[in-house]
Design a protein around this ligand. Structure first.
Ligand code: AMP
Ligand code: ZN
Ligand code: FE
Ligand code: FE
Length: 273
């Protein structure tokens, strides 16, 4: 079976492999296509697409955006976006400024507790990357304050952790207007990661469908067969394409590139939607 992975991060956001490295790794694993979906940036797309063209791997340009839903950040994957779209660039400027303000607050809170966290140094260590909590987590682990990234999240950076600070997510209407303006197709990412019960999830999917998603990421790292079947039923009910991906982040998360298996047919259906 030809398989694909439609959810992959690189060093342009919080992955640990460069776009070229991810592409050659995907090629090695025998994947047919991947989508590069960094958080809030198109910075990795050109390199990934060039690397894909060189080695014969289909690379779909994508992005993962955090959209506001009742104050929660819901992740929406935009595929086939034009990275030069003025509307998109303007939106990303806003998101990056919002992140910058929040990163300052988190670094200050750490320094107030005597942790030598310097944002300029963090940025220098990850040039051209959209800096977020995963980079702070890595730095805390490097300082010996946590065993690893997951432990740093658990101790310091989860929503109820001492250094977590809120940021504003993209207003729903603006997010979808922008994805449309950039020629993209929106897909709901990892539906079971938000902590909703059945009714809550139904309401969320209804709202996102109205806003304009074309598909749902029914296959995702850690979802078992019963969960996938439930999500596929939900997708069918709202006439959404079924998609899937690993959310590969290199060494920063255990997620494995190309797992779970997602058939190439899902990409064809998304293209046709
Ligand atoms: P941010 O966008 O800066 O709030 O960071 C959120 C990102 O951190 C998510 O998209 C994940 O990639 C990552 N993340 C969240 N929780 C964890 C965790 N427990 N372990 C590793 N990475 C995490
Ligand atoms: Zn991430
Ligand atoms: Fe996500
Ligand atoms: Fe992701």
């Amino acid at each position: 079976m030809k398989t694909i992975d439609l959810h992959v991060h690189t060093t342009a956001s919080d992955g640990t492999m460069t776009p070229s490295e991810v592409v050659s790794y995907a090629r090695e694993l025998g994947l047919q296509a991947i989508a590069v979906t960094d958080h809030d940036t198109a910075a990795g797309l050109a390199e990934a697409m060039e690397a894909g063209a060189r080695c014969g791997l289909e690379v779909i340009p994508g992005m993962e955006l955090s959209v506001d839903y009742q104050g929660h950040g819901i992740h929406v994957l935009g595929y086939f976006l034009d990275p030069a779209s003025p509307a998109l660039l303007q939106l990303l400027d806003w998101v990056v400024a919002e992140r910058q303000a929040r990163n300052q607050k988190m670094a200050e809170a750490m320094r107030a507790d005597g942790i030598p966290m310097d944002l300029a140094r963090l940025e220098a260590a990850h040039p051209h990357a959209v800096i977020g909590r995963p980079h702070f987590a890595q730095a805390l682990a490097d300082l010996g304050l946590a065993a690893d990234v997951a432990d740093a999240f658990r101790r310091y950076l989860n929503k109820d952790g001492p250094y977590y600070r809120r940021r504003h997510y993209i207003p729903m209407d603006l997010a979808f207007q922008t994805i449309r303006a950039a020629g993209g197709k929106a897909v709901m990412a990892h539906p079971l990661q938000y902590g909703y019960d059945e009714a809550g999830l139904l309401a969320l999917v209804q709202c996102l469908t109205q806003a304009g998603i074309r598909g749902m990421e029914c296959r995702y790292t850690g979802y078992d067969a019963a969960q996938v079947a439930d999500l596929e039923r939900l997708a069918a009910r709202f006439d959404l394409c079924v998609t899937g991906g690993s959310d590969f982040h290199g060494a920063r998360k255990p997620n494995r590139l190309g797992q779970p298996l997602v058939p190439y047919r899902c990409l064809e259906e998304l293209k046709a939607k």
